[in-house]
Design a protein around this ligand. Structure first.
Ligand code: TRP
Length: 460
């Protein structure tokens, strides 16, 4: 893939050509008709892409367990841009998901030089406090620190066996002078994403990771690494049906029936096949062709729609045989809200965004100065109307502050037709943002003594 189409998760530059990103990286489009009780971001097309979201929608539909994992890097203050992931998490929580929140204190140390102590304080006082105020439920949420969960680091290390430096160079653009802590960070993040599937953290179940599209390289890497650990591959068979193939690795040679000399230990291999056959019989398949020597079983009568349940059964078998039995993570992606100056939103440029703790005065000033889609003169504006695609006030109503779709579209119509002036739409935005910030601050006040309820026992 060409260098220019790389996404750099640590850069303040972001591409906003979302259709191109989706196509280049093989993301699927979100079909709003398939989303139960869609939230504001779904309804407005802001959550625009996903990987394997169908798996999660299936769990919601059948009331089966699924987990949600999100992570925050404690650096700088929390702003509006960060709230979008939390809106997504909240929605998954309402649909029955259990929530795990990673505090990426190791990543902040590696990439921003934030000490673990500073990272901890910032995470709790700034991020988790606001997450609580935004509506995460402590009974369904577990917050942990990367630096305090050895299982995550161990998993990151183990997954590291399945990749190499060249791959990291091509995914992340790392080079010879890249700091090694920085190289470790994506592996720790892969550990974050996968570890809720371990028995101690809830066991085998689909995990969805809602992120901004800048985080997709980590998702892609994790899905790829997980695929390489799987002991059984399930593929479509050329002439219809499905095929299971053994994936022989250093870690599973013995269990898969490879003898010391490298030949096949027939007895062990046939036990593996008996187990596979028993899995398939339990799922109701009677007709299959087993080829233990080649390590394949063909199931001509199976269809693509059978894949998920066969896959789960194979992962359980892998776990019984001593493997990790991991599912690839699912993900959803949101677009970025434009920065208030018309450029990118960034914590290091306060004028580009609204912080969760900005006063009404500060917020009002920023909105008044924000990039406008209005015309140069009132006369022209009345004649030509405002440009919604450029107008920050309108977009912030759409992304954050105006819950009612009908209210939003009436504001949009009035602005586009020139009835509503640039100053007027800004005032609407200021009024709505004031309500929003005041409510958040009220909620923060209510949660102030109870942040601890969110923290997992190993991270207190
Ligand atoms: N890299 C993320 C950030 O920059 C933080 C993070 C760490 C994360 N682990 C994660 C996000 C797992 C999602 C899932 O903000």
């Amino acid at each position: 893939m060409a260098g220019e189409s790389r996404i750099d998760p640590w850069s303040s530059q972001q591409s906003t050509d979302y259709a191109k990103i989706r196509d280049n990286f093989g993301l699927s489009s979100v079909e709003i008709s398939k989303i139960p009780n869609p939230n504001q971001l779904h309804r407005r097309g802001i959550i625009f892409a996903h990987r394997d979201l169908d798996v999660i929608l299936g769990c919601i539909d059948r009331s089966e367990k699924f987990g949600v994992l999100t992570g925050l890097m404690p650096s700088g203050k929390m702003h509006l841009g960060h709230s979008m992931v939390i809106d997504q998490v909240k929605w998954f929580q309402e649909q029955g998901g259990d929530i795990t929140v990673t505090v990426a204190d190791l990543e902040a140390l590696a990439t921003r030089g934030t000490s673990l102590k500073e990272g901890r304080e910032l995470a709790l006082s700034e991020y988790i406090h606001n997450y609580a105020a935004l509506g995460l439920d402590p009974d369904k949420t577990n917050v942990y620190f990367q630096s305090m969960r050895p299982d995550v680091q161990r998993l990151g290390f183990t997954l590291g066996k399945k990749t190499n430096l060249s791959e990291f160079k091509s995914i992340y653009g790392f080079s010879g002078d890249t700091n090694l802590a920085h190289v470790q960070a994506p592996l720790v993040q892969a550990g974050d994403i996968v570890h809720p599937q371990l028995e101690e953290y809830g066991g085998l179940r689909p995990i969805v990771v809602p992120v901004g599209v800048d985080q997709d390289p980590h998702i892609r890497l994790t899905r790829d690494l997980v695929g390489k650990t799987n002991w059984f591959n399930l593929k479509r068979r050329k002439n219809g049906g499905l095929t299971i193939g053994l994936s022989i690795q250093d870690e599973n040679k013995i269990q898969m029936g490879i003898s010391e000399s490298g030949g096949i230990n027939r007895q062990v291999r046939s036990t593996v096949f008996d187990k596979l056959k028993s899995c398939l019989s339990k799922l109701g398949f009677a007709d299959f062709m087993a080829n233990p020597k080649h390590g394949t079983i063909e199931i001509p009568g199976a269809t693509i729609s059978d894949m998920p349940r066969i896959k789960i059964s194979l992962l359980n078998l892998e776990r019984n045989m001593g493997g990790m039995g991991l599912m690839p993570p699912c993900s959803t992606y949101h677009r970025f809200a434009v920065g208030m100056t018309g450029d990118k939103m960034s914590s290091s440029k306060p004028e580009t965004t609204i912080f969760m703790r900005d006063s009404i005065e500060v917020m009002s000033k920023k909105v008044k100065r924000a990039f406008s889609g209005g015309q140069a003169t009132i006369e022209e504006h009345r004649r030509l109307g405002g440009d919604l695609s450029k107008d920050v006030a309108y977009q912030y109503l759409q992304f954050f502050f105006e819950e009612s779709d009908s209210e939003l579209s009436s504001i949009g119509r009035d602005y586009e037709s020139g009835r509503l002036l640039a100053g007027e739409i800004k005032q609407i935005c200021i009024d709505k943002a004031s309500e929003w910030l005041n409510e958040l601050s009220e909620k923060r006040y209510q949660w102030a003594d109870r942040i601890d309820d969110f923290i997992a026992p190993d991270s207190k």
